[in-house]
Design a protein around this ligand. Structure first.
Ligand SMILES: Nc1ncnc2c1ncn2[C@@H]1O[C@H](COP(=O)(O)OP(=O)(O)OP(=O)(O)O)[C@@H](O)[C@H]1O
Ligand SMILES: [Mg+2]
Length: 202
């Protein structure tokens, strides 16, 4: 089973991966966790280029292609082999982030993005996607406090509002795959909600 965590900045995607993985391992599942962009040595080098605050000249198309390059490597090297061996893969972001950020955020054509995503992933789609949803200002404030601030976080609040609306549109277009989790709740309540959804699907 391939599970992805998606949503606007500061929803807790990165935080929740580890306790969820531990919870599933205790129940006997072989769990592999990964993150985007990155998750492989080559992908982590691309991640640095994408996140560097001084790369302000980056064109949205360049950004889109770098994300797909990292993703292609991750799918082939890590995700597909683990799924083929019968394991569970938990990914901190995946292809829906391209549609939300580069599509809804930057305004690039969704059909073209869908096409390069298909090329990068060879058509691999998640079985379940959790949308950790919250007001963008609350999420960005959490990020500021945490001290983790990258080039993409630094886009305008308006950009992040379009991204959040984009996630909702993606969710409505494929309701069988998506589950919305209220990420404004206390962190333990969010983790509990995530566990319940995942256990029901497994
Ligand atoms: N429910 C919560 N309540 C309060 N703080 C939280 C909650 N969830 C996460 N945080 C804190 O908010 C900060 C951002 O969380 P995290 O990095 O996991 O978000 P993220 O969704 O991965 O963000 P990004 O999209 O930017 O990668 C962290 O310091 C985390 O501890
Ligand atoms: Mg994160």
């Amino acid at each position: 089973m391939f599970i992805t965590l998606e949503g606007p900045e500061g929803g807790g995607k990165t935080w929740h991966v580890k306790p969820l993985a531990e919870f599933l391992r205790q129940r006997g599942h072989a769990v592999l966790t990964t993150r985007e962009p990155g998750g492989t040595p080559i992908g982590d080098q691309i991640r640095q280029v994408l996140h560097r605050l001084d790369n302000t000249a980056m064109n949205p198309r360049t950004e889109s292609l770098l994300f797909q390059a990292a993703r292609a490597q991750l799918v082939e090297q890590i995700i597909r082999p683990h799924l083929a061996a019968g394991g569970v893969v938990l990914s901190d972001r995946y292809a829906d982030s391209t549609l939300a950020y580069q599509g809804y955020g930057h305004g690039l054509p969704l059909e073209q993005l869908t096409s390069i995503i298909g090329f990068a992933t060879g058509g691999l789609k998640p079985d379940l996607t959790l949308l950790l949803d919250l007001d963008v200002e609350i999420g960005l404030n959490r990020k500021v406090k945490s001290g983790e601030w990258n080039r993409l976080d630094a886009y305008t609040v308006e950009f992040h509002r379009r991204v959040r609306a984009g996630f909702h549109a993606l969710c409505q277009a494929d309701p069988a795959r998506w589950v919305i989790i209220d990420a404004s709740q206390p962190i333990e309540a969010v983790q509990e909600a995530i566990r319940q959804v995942v256990m029901a699907r497994l």
